[in-house]
Design a protein around this ligand. Structure first.
Ligand code: SF4
Ligand code: SF4
Length: 295
């Protein structure tokens, strides 16, 4: 199955959305967003957000000023770099000052670079207007459930209006915000990809329902990613040893959720400071020390 023409036109040079583009164009992430406004059972805050980035790695946290410097240095050295994403190490929209200071400076200084953001969606509705002011065609929302019963098993709490809200009540608010944000973005012509983390025994069957709901609200891709359970990374339900899906389990769900949308099977869950082509990480070439040497 292929993407419709108007969508292809927007994604042809975005390495994360086009099978062909990911061989020719590069993306980079800058880790400017340390805080998060929810708790996922599968998260270990010492590492990058597991929703878009590869969990279990620690990215170099940058100030917006340093991030802009780094982007400009990478753009000068990797001409194929077309997309700058903010995906962590926490939630970009839970750090709106830092995220939007970075976007504002880049919109001014590097107007050719497309901007991209990945979020858990809790703060999305209130940020949609600000997002629309920048060169953003795509947003990724991680949606693991559309049912608060399931949600309560994934999210022990959310932080909402200065309070911690636990269990089903918290999960219900998160789900409502995600769906509202998704709808607001698609109404404004911004493409939305939905990522889901497949957690065996928790949301595996449920993801088919998630897929239907998010497509009905206008998501153009639904990407099922495996929970990466590593002894060092994973405590789930406070219990060590929640397993990730097998290759076959993942494949079966990806087939089920693909529907008539081309799936992004080449997604690499790149780290929050990844640099380069997908599957490639040239981040070590562009640490702050190195950038200062280049100047
Ligand atoms: Fe961790 Fe990301 Fe979940 Fe926040 S949204 S708790 S950073 S996995
Ligand atoms: Fe954007 Fe996600 Fe690709 Fe990063 S990995 S550039 S946040 S779509």
């Amino acid at each position: 199955a292929h993407l419709p023409e108007h969508i292809r036109a927007k994604v042809h040079n975005h390495p994360c959305y086009s099978e062909e583009a990911h061989h020719h164009y590069a993306r980079m992430h800058v880790a400017v967003a340390p805080a998060c406004n929810i708790q996922c059972h599968y998260c270990n805050r010492k590492y990058d957000c597991a929703n878009e980035s590869r969990p279990g790695v620690v990215s170099e946290l940058l100030t917006p000023e340093h991030a802009v410097k780094k982007v400009l240095a990478v753009a000068a050295n990797i001409p194929q770099m077309t997309v700058l994403g903010i995906a962590g190490p926490g939630d970009p929209l839970a750090n709106p000052e830092r995220t939007f200071a970075t976007f504002r400076a880049l919109t001014e200084q590097a107007p050719d670079i497309k901007l991209c953001v990945s979020t858990n969606g809790l703060a999305l509705p209130e940020q949609v207007e600000e997002l629309c002011k920048h060169n953003i065609d795509h947003v990724t929302i991680t949606i693991n459930c559309v049912d608060p019963e399931v949600g309560a098993k994934i999210y022990p709490w959310i932080f909402w209006n200065n309070r911690r809200i636990k269990g089903r009540r918290g999960a219900r608010i998160l789900i409502e915000q995600q769906q509202k944000g998704l709808e607001m973005l698609t109404e404004r012509g911004i493409l939305v990809k939905v990522n889901s983390v497949l957690i065996p025994g928790v949301n595996d069957e449920h993801l088919k329902e998630v897929s239907k709901v998010v497509k009905a609200r206008g998501a153009f891709l639904h990407n099922v990613m495996p929970l990466i359970a590593e002894a060092e990374h994973g405590t789930f339900y406070g219990v060590m040893g929640q397993r990730g899906p097998t290759h076959d389990e993942l494949q079966a769900l990806q087939d089920e959720c693909a529907g008539d949308m081309a799936m992004m099977r080449h997604c690499r869950q790149c780290r929050a400071d990844a640099v380069g082509m997908l599957g490639e990480d040239r981040g070590a070439e562009f640490t702050l020390d190195r950038i200062e040497e280049m100047e």
